[in-house]
Design a protein around this ligand. Structure first.
Ligand code: GLN
Length: 552
């Protein structure tokens, strides 16, 4: 028997519906129930793969190769499980299948209409995900905010689900309560209005999660309950907090999970289920030794604001591995274009314990990345390159160690005399046909690790599976030449003989991976490569070196 919990947003975007969904899921799990979470994105894009990460945040890749929203990553991290493609949909994807079905005459000659056929398709997808995961609780996060045009069909689908299964569907409104400085008190009116708007869409909340800078107090809880038609115990406070991983504990302290269970006529099956989670959170609080990790990228700025959402999983992976070893990571956002304008700025890297270059696309900032990698290689600064960060490391090595001065990736320079990174097999036609969406090498592939290498030591096993998202790869024509010059190929995809990991010896840590290990890092199980990287970054010699530099 599946139970469905719809999570919708009120007042404004960015209030953390994804975190609320993931945290509520974790709490329900701790009560002895199985849980999965679905993300609905209201935009027309069929997936998140074709969107600029500055605008939309990270593209999170699932094991089965879907390019999804970053909230799916949050679900994986909180629920400690792999979430697959079936748990993700967009308006574009839903319409695409309705139209395809119409073309296949599957509607039996009927007029295909926005309602009911589109909401029916949404609900069929939700039920399919419930079936495939077998979860007792299916959390359905509806992107966007109530009252906007874009997500109205998904709210309509939720209404139909409630009609179909009145005892097995509950709605949670996650809404924002501003505390205007000039007024000095928390205001509930915007949320009252969000509730009205929700009702106009045919839904009413069973719970209201009050997101705010502070915990909502009793009088306001009562007021909100009165205007929202919910029990006053069903208003749950969710104040801003220094770590999102504390949110399950905030919910537990207000018995949110128990209340949800009771609303379905259910009871907790297990006690103390948050024990390991609590221990992990305690680990965050006691991780006091600071390490400084530089993340070199380009998807940071939007107007006057610096956002780091484009690198969300990378950030989380660094945090997980640091906390697990008692370190508090201080992340520095470094724009690679700066190193192109003023190479002397590279010196700032020596003030860091380690450097990560995450995935990326295109020419902007690439020369700066290559310079930064050269600096890390020569100055023996621990370096972890992810995808583009690995490809750039190969280019850097080819140019400066092997002497192939014009070495490049054909992504940037099609005419390079030394294409050390080139298109994957089968990609040529796709690029020619402009068939870009969903056509990269995506999802999990095997990687066989070579004995005696840093990668093999980190993982502690011979074969691993990692998630990919790329169109270009290491060119095997140059393999012997680069290996002879000292590049160690420590991981290879056995099926296609693709180079997946390169590293250097005689360096505290210099590893580049063609895949995205960050997608598999979880707070309860940090990723082995990030663990090894943080360990190297935090070694005493690295710290001595740093303090010497600081005092000079
Ligand atoms: N742009 C590179 C490629 O397509 C790297 C992609 C990435 O970093 N995710 O191969």
């Amino acid at each position: 028997m599946h139970h469905y919990i719809y999570i919708v947003g009120g007042v404004m975007s960015g209030v953390g519906k994804g975190t609320v969904s993931a945290a509520l899921g974790r709490v329900l799990m701790s009560k002895g129930y199985t849980v999965t979470a679905i993300k609905i994105d209201p935009y027309i894009n069929v997936d998140a793969g074709t969107m600029n990460p500055v605008e939309h945040g990270e593209v999170f890749v699932t094991m089965d190769g879907d390019e999804t929203d970053q909230d799916i990553g949050n679900y994986e991290r909180f629920l400690n499980t792999n979430i697959l493609s079936v748990n993700y949909m967009t308006t574009g994807r839903v319409y695409q299948s309705v139209i395809q079905r119409e073309r296949n005459l599957e509607y039996g000659g009927k007029t295909v209409q926005v309602v009911p056929h589109v909401p029916d398709e949404v609900n069929a997808r939700i039920e399919r995900a419930a079936e495939q995961t077998g979860a007792e609780f299916v959390l359905v996060e509806v992107g966007g905010t109530v009252g906007e045009y874009e997500n109205i069909l998904f709210l309509e689908a939720a209404r139909l689900m409630r009609m179909r299964y009145p005892d097995r569907v509950r709605n949670v409104l996650v809404s924002y309560m501003p505390v205007p400085q000039a007024v000095g008190e928390m205001k509930t009116k915007p949320t009252q209005q969000a509730v009205r708007t929700m009702m106009a869409a045919g839904l009413s909340p069973d719970f209201v999660v009050a997101r705010s800078s502070m915990q909502i107090d009793r009088p306001r809880m009562e007021k909100l309950a009165l205007f929202s038609n919910v029990d006053k115990d069903h208003v749950i406070g969710s104040p801003d907090i220094d770590s999102i991983y504390k949110v399950p504990l905030v919910f537990e302290s207000q018995k949110f999970g128990d209340k949800v269970l009771h609303s379905f006529g259910l009871h907790p099956r297990a006690k103390g289920g948050l024990r390991t989670w609590r221990a992990m959170v305690r680990g965050i609080e006691t991780a006091l030794r600071e390490i400084r990790i530089g993340v070199i990228g380009k998807y940071f700025s939007t107007g006057d604001f610096t956002l780091s959402d484009a690198y969300l999983s990378v950030i989380e992976a660094i945090k997980h591995a640091s906390w697990a070893q008692g370190y508090r990571p201080k992340l520095e956002w470094l724009n690679s274009e700066e190193y192109e304008k003023s190479p002397s700025k590279l010196k700032e890297l020596s003030q860091l314990n380690g450097v990560v270059i995450p995935g990326g696309f295109g020419a902007r900032g690439i020369e700066g990345k290559i310079r930064a990698i050269q600096y890390c290689r020569e100055q023996k600064i621990p370096y972890l390159g992810l995808c583009y960060g690995m490809q750039c490391a190969v280019i850097e090595f080819a140019r400066h160690v092997v002497g192939l001065k014009k070495a490049h990736t054909t992504e940037i320079d099609e005419a390079t005399p030394h294409p050390v990174v080139h298109l994957l097999p089968g990609q040529e036609e796709k690029v020619k046909d402009k068939s870009y969406g969903g056509t990269l090498r995506l999802g999990a592939y095997h990687c066989a690790l070579r004995a005696g290498t840093a990668a093999r030591r980190a993982y502690g096993k011979a074969v691993v599976e990692e998630r990919h998202r790329h169109r270009y790869e290491f060119n095997n024509v140059y393999r012997d030449q680069l290996v002879k010059a000292g590049l160690v190929v420590s991981g290879v995809n056995p099926e296609q003989d693709l180079v997946e990991i390169v590293e250097l010896t005689g360096h505290p840590f210099f590893v580049g991976v063609q895949f995205h290990p960050e997608f598999q890092s979880r707070p309860l199980s940090p990723h082995p490569l990030f663990m090894a990287f943080v360990k190297a970054a935090a070694t005493p010699s690295r710290r001595i070196r740093q303090s010497r530099k600081k005092s000079s």
